[in-house]
Design a protein around this ligand. Structure first.
Ligand code: S3P
Length: 443
């Protein structure tokens, strides 16, 4: 799978990275703010919205379903909700798995029918994980083959009964789709999940006036109960900065000798903070100050200094809290001494690319010994000065593969090239400017 008009880029070693990294808004929260705002009565004011390709795709879909969206300035948007109606055209979600899957749940809750399409990457991702559980809410659908690939048509039922559903996959997208469908159901729905995945939907739904409560379970999982039908009420949403985007300059500073950067106002929701926990275990010099709450989320200021890292074992139970961070962790592990074992990575196979395969291949192309055992990835670290680099990495239309391997090239002996940087704009359009500003060499 390749972008038809690719833009390659190479990163090479230069001096230390220094300065302030102003990270854009969180992608997960931005998507949810647009969707919930589009369903709510009244005007939702959003500040700090991420204006990336994925968020624009979701905004386009929510507009096509009937809501009004206005941009007042950088990151400042107003969304006026409406009763959703069947869109005239297919909803094109571009590269956005989160946008498409959450809106599938939302249309189900509104009794709306819509066709979902996307780019070549999204069209190859399984939608069965979302539309099959949605059948409990009376949804019918047509998709392509047993994985229900796009184009997928979702038909929401006219009358929806509340249900109890167990989410089998460790996916916040699936959980969120079910919660959004339950908004239109009569009675209390209970959505159970054995793995604790990101909880932004639950928090934001409460902020928009939904009756929602979380019941922790003795097995470590939880049940989220939500009472419908609900008319959400508009509110103000302050989007915190994205820890998954922060991860790239953060690891760059750890592996480029002499670096010191600061990253203010980064979201530190414990269900998103697995990478920081892991890097600190590896010996990373990361200080977190000024911990506070903003817009219902924990945030803090990070200061990061170059560090010699050591390999560690990353337990499977931590995977959900750093699921988007394994490409960049694998790069950090390449510069560490000793082996890093990352356990329980099955979900990586169904991301914007088969990330497990893409990481393993990219590492190999740059002289890093690694192997996959079942769902685990083991990387043999070379130590700070011994990563050869020199490879040209296929990114498979995956923004995080592109940013991870550019990061490698900032500290390896030879430059690292990625075949396409176009997709970086789906999550972090400011990436290149921000890295150049810190002193990176990207050309
Ligand atoms: C997301 C959930 C994760 C993550 C994705 C964003 C979300 O996907 O990989 O980038 O906003 O809910 P899964 O829920 O499929 O793990």
């Amino acid at each position: 799978m390749q972008n038809l008009d690719p833009t390659p880029r190479s990163a090479r070693r230069k001096g230390p990275l220094k300065g302030l990294a102003q990270i854009p808004g969180d992608k997960s929260i931005s998507q949810r703010a647009i969707i919930l705002g589009g369903l709510a009565a009244g005007e939702t004011r959003i500040s700090g919205l991420l204006e990336s390709g994925d968020v624009q795709s979701t905004a386009g879909a929510v507009r096509a379903l009937g809501a009004t969206l206005t941009r007042d300035g950088p990151g400042a948007w107003r969304v006026t909700g409406a009763k959703w109606a069947n869109p005239k055209e297919p909803l094109d979600f571009g590269n956005s798995g989160t946008g498409s899957r959450l809106v599938m749940g939302a249309v189900a809750g509104q009794g709306v029918s819509a066709i979902f399409v996307g780019d070549a990457s999204l069209m190859s991702r399984p939608m069965a994980r979302v539309v099959d559980p949605l059948k409990a809410f009376g949804v019918t659908y047509e998709g392509q083959g047993p994985k229900a690939l796009m184009p997928v048509t979702v038909h929401g039922a006219k009358t929806i009964k509340a249900v109890d559903v167990m989410v089998a996959t460790a996916s916040a997208q699936v959980k969120s789709a079910l919660l959004l469908a339950a908004l239109g159901a009569h009675g209390v729905s209970r959505i159970a999940q054995a793995t604790l995945t990101r909880d932004h939907s639950e928090k934001m739904l409460a902020g928009f006036g939904a009756k929602i409560w979380v019941q922790p379970q003795i097995n470590g999982g939880e049940v989220i109960a939500i009472e419908g039908p609900v008319q959400l009420k508009a509110c103000a949403v302050e989007v915190p900065r994205d820890p998954s985007s922060a991860a790239f300059p953060l690891v760059a500073a750890l592996i480029v000798p002499g670096s010191e950067i600061s990253l203010p106002n980064i979201m530190l929701n414990p269900r998103r903070a697995g990478l920081i926990e892991t890097l600190i275990e590896m010996g990373a010099d990361i200080t977190i100050s000024n911990r506070r709450t903003s817009g219902g989320e924990e945030i803090g200021d990070l200061n990061v200094r170059h560090s010699q890292l050591q390999g560690v074992q990353v337990p499977a139970i931590r995977a959900a809290s750093m699921i988007d961070e394994y490409p960049i962790l694998a790069v950090a592990a390449s510069f560490a001494t000793g082996e890093t074992k990352m356990l329980g990575l099955e979900e990586l196979r169904v991301k914007e690319s088969d990330r497990l395969a893409a990481i393993a291949h990219g590492l190999k192309l740059n002289g890093i010994k690694n192997w996959i055992e079942g769902d685990n990835l083991i990387v043999e670290g070379m130590g700070q000065d011994h990563v050869s680099g020199g490879g040209t990495v296929p990114t498979h239309m995956d923004h995080r593969i592109a940013m991870a391997f550019l990061t490698m090239g900032m500290a390896s002996q030879n430059p690292v090239t990625v075949d396409d940087v176009t997709m970086i704009a789906t999550s972090f359009p400011e990436y290149e400017g921000l890295m150049l500003n810190l002193g990176a060499d990207l050309a």
